[in-house]
Design a protein around this ligand. Structure first.
Ligand code: SF4
Length: 218
């Protein structure tokens, strides 16, 4: 678990102040099934923030990159949608969600009893209050060292053998408890054979598939 308020008395966290006027650019938000990693198959409310400065050439959400294209929502509006859905988990994703200070959003979501997860490249400073941190490191903009101690799950997208080296470099910086996953890039079918062989030889890794795409849910 990571929370950026660790230095503050816990009573404050139990009664977090309201955050009037705090807004985030939101590309989309929807209730669906988590398709990837340890929490695959669980119901979760996805909040996709606008803005990304990592610019992976194979990115499948390039529309997220330009923050100014996406309407802003207040914390109250977002939390209200999460609450209405009945979801037990809210996943903050992007884009690169850590381009934004996530303290207000995550504390407000936790205040309604919903667990907070994040999917991040780790390339911007950590903020927020999270029950689960998935680091998906990208060679185009490397994760900050400050992120590694809090990583619950490492998920590396694989296209070529170079990505397996990159995966091991990042795994070496994570806590021993971190769950390790290799994930084939959706449009690179050759990566599947590469990953299968690698995991058989290095069973500390598992395979994460984008099962939501097989299920044809968002
Ligand atoms: Fe796309 Fe994610 Fe890479 Fe940003 S970090 S370019 S959103 S895949």
């Amino acid at each position: 678990m990571y929370n950026s308020f660790e230095h503050i008395d816990s009573d404050v966290l139990q009664n977090p102040e309201e955050y009037p006027g705090v807004e985030y650019p939101i590309m989309e938000h929807f209730y669906t099934i988590q398709g990837e990693g340890v929490h695959t198959g669980k119901a979760a409310y996805f909040i996709r923030t606008g803005g990304c400065d990592v610019q992976c050439w194979w990115c499948d959400v390039k529309d997220s990159w330009d923050e100014s294209k996406h309407p802003k929502m207040t914390v109250d509006e977002i939390v209200s949608e999460v609450q209405k859905s009945g979801a037990p988990i809210a996943v903050i994703t992007g884009g690169e969600p850590l381009l934004h200070d996530l303290d207000a959003l995550t504390n407000s979501i936790k205040n309604i009893g919903v667990n907070t997860h994040i999917e991040t490249s780790g390339s911007s400073p950590l903020s927020g209050n999270f029950d689960w941190i998935t680091l998906s490191p990208k060679r185009f903009k490397k994760p900050l060292d400050e992120v590694f101690p809090y990583v619950d799950e490492l998920k590396v997208v694989v296209l070529t053998k170079k990505d397996l080296v990159w995966a091991e470099e990042n795994a070496a910086k994570c806590p021993d408890s971190t769950k390790l996953f290799l994930q084939p890039e959706w449009d690179t079918p050759d990566s599947i054979k590469l990953i299968v062989n690698y995991v058989k030889e290095h069973p500390e890794w598992g395979i994460s598939l984008q099962t939501h795409k097989y299920l044809q849910v968002p």
